[in-house]
Design a protein around this ligand. Structure first.
Ligand code: PGA
Length: 243
């Protein structure tokens, strides 16, 4: 499926349930994922470590990667290009996740270059932004989010990328912003980039809070980390988003 077809899905009001396995998972887990089913109103995207991508080709799920490089190819040991990911059947790529920004020093500018190349080569970037706990407490989070948003999406063609709002203090902690706080950030993003921009939420999404999250107006889906590593839990999250 190419990006145009993928966007037609969204226009039909399907919500994205994205599994970010991070550097987790195994061949056994991929076998277990054979039982995962989309439900009406959802599109399920699995983003495993890139070495596992070829093992998903016969599963009826959309595929995404967790990173891609800004060059077509070349002497970049350890990196993977958007062209190679396309070749393996990826439609999406997560870019600028806070773990990449923190552990691998990725900047907004690098995220922007990577997103630009990914779009050029036919992938849909899922661009992550998010504030720290201190920035939220000090009420600086809007300024931080808008700066990340502007720099990371600068010059990118509209309708060709998705924004993931992932507060850093919420990732892997069990802490989730209130529905109202998430709704306000969605409004902030849409006000900046346009009402039709797709926004997903990520950070401690699980089978207990998925139903509440599914009720947030304007939310186009969720990015699920830890809870996507258990098949039953992940299926419950998908089910909570049934139209
Ligand atoms: P989490 O991670 O669901 O484990 O909090 C989400 C993410 O980092 O994408």
């Amino acid at each position: 499926m190419d990006h145009r077809e993928a966007f037609i899905y969204h226009i039909l009001m399907k919500r994205l349930i994205i599994a970010n396995w991070k550097m987790n998972g195994s061949i056994d887990l991929i076998q277990e994922f054979r039982s995962i089913k989309e439900v009406p109103g959802t599109t399920v995207v699995i983003c495993p470590p890139s070495c596992y991508l070829p093992l998903f080709t016969d599963l009826q799920l959309m595929l995404g990667a967790q990173n891609s490089h800004y060059a077509n190819n070349g002497a970049f040991t350890g990196e993977v290009s958007a062209t190679q990911l396309k070749e393996l059947g990826c439609t999406y790529v997560i870019l600028g996740h806070s773990e990449r920004r923190t552990h691998f020093n990725e900047t907004d500018s690098m995220v922007n270059h990577k997103a630009s190349k990914a779009i050029e080569l036919g992938l849909i970037p899922i661009i992550c932004i998010g504030e720290t706990y201190a920035q939220r407490q000090e009420n600086r989070f809007e300024q931080v989010l808008l700066s990340q948003l502007d720099r990371s999406t600068h010059g990118l063609p509209r309708h060709r990328y998705i924004i993931a709002y992932e507060p850093i203090w919420s990732i892997g902690t069990g802490l989730v912003p209130t529905q109202n706080d998430i709704q306000n950030v969605i409004a902030l993003i849409k006000h900046r980039l346009g009402d039709d921009i797709l926004v997903v939420y990520g950070g401690s999404v699980n089978d207990k809070n998925a139903a509440d999250l599914s009720n947030i107006p304007g939310l186009n889906g969720v990015l699920v980390g830890g809870a996507s590593l258990n098949v039953a839990t992940f299926q419950s999250i998908i089910n909570a988003f049934q139209a």
